[in-house]
Design a protein around this ligand. Structure first.
Ligand code: COA
Length: 187
């Protein structure tokens, strides 16, 4: 099912949408007042169980949680049943493919220190921006954690737990994710 009516809902919450955005199934896309959420042209978002035959456990969820947060998803990005949740900033370069059930979280959701956590002190939630380059390929069930930077052309293995900075054209995998090889670049 292509959920064109949902594009109207996105416009109401001031999501900036490029041309030819394709929705398969109904995502959850929430843009907090005062935040910025951009979907480039040619973006595909899959949200129903069989819209990606890897099998999606949930809809795609894209959330700017607080005023001032920013999510920028470049042209021709593909997203399958992923969660992309920003308190500060998440950028995803054009042509990148986000595999089934991946989570991209620029924050910890709760403070690390028990006192702040019990007091629900959201100012103490650990938060660092995430930048994912162009033409990356993120395998299914990866976790991309706060502060991660992936250079252009990186490949992330299925199930990887990614934290840190990785240069362009690396294949990274495991928990914690490490470089398992480097890709030759043409030209
Ligand atoms: C990361 C990946 C691309 C690597 O493929 P590859 O370059 O052909 O690598 P290989 O299969 O030769 O494995 C190389 C080494 O990395 C390890 N490895 C490969 N993928 C791994 C993963 N996801 N997690 C942990 N280790 C992994 C292998 O065990 C092997 O280790 P060894 O050298 O000690 O024997 C591939 O394994 C992968 O995870 N693909 C993603 C599939 C996917 O999720 N598709 C999207 C569905 S929506």
């Amino acid at each position: 099912m292509t959920s064109n009516w949902f594009k109207l809902v996105m416009r109401l919450t001031k999501v900036q949408i490029g041309r030819n955005v394709t929705l398969k199934g109904v995502p959850v896309i929430f843009n907090q007042s005062g935040a910025e959420l951009t979907l480039g042209s040619g973006v595909t978002i899959k949200s129903s169980f069989l819209s990606n035959l890897v099998g999606l456990y949930s809809r795609t969820i894209i959330v700017t949680r607080v005023a001032g947060a920013r999510i920028a998803i470049g042209d021709n990005v593909g997203i399958s049943g992923a969660t992309i949740y920003a308190r500060k900033e998440i950028t995803i370069g054009e042509g990148t493919m986000i595999g089934g059930n991946t989570k991209v979280l620029d924050n910890d959701f709760h403070p690390i220190e028990a006192e702040a956590r019990l007091a629900n002190d959201t100012r103490k939630i650990g938060t660092r921006p995430i930048h994912i380059g162009k033409n990356c390929f993120i395998g299914c069930n990866a976790l991309i954690l706060k502060g991660t930077e992936l250079g252009d052309g990186c490949v992330v293995g299925a199930g990887a737990v990614v934290s840190g900075k990785f240069e362009a054209n690396c294949v990274i995998a495991g928990n914690p994710a490490r470089v398992i090889r480097r890709l030759a670049v043409n030209g």
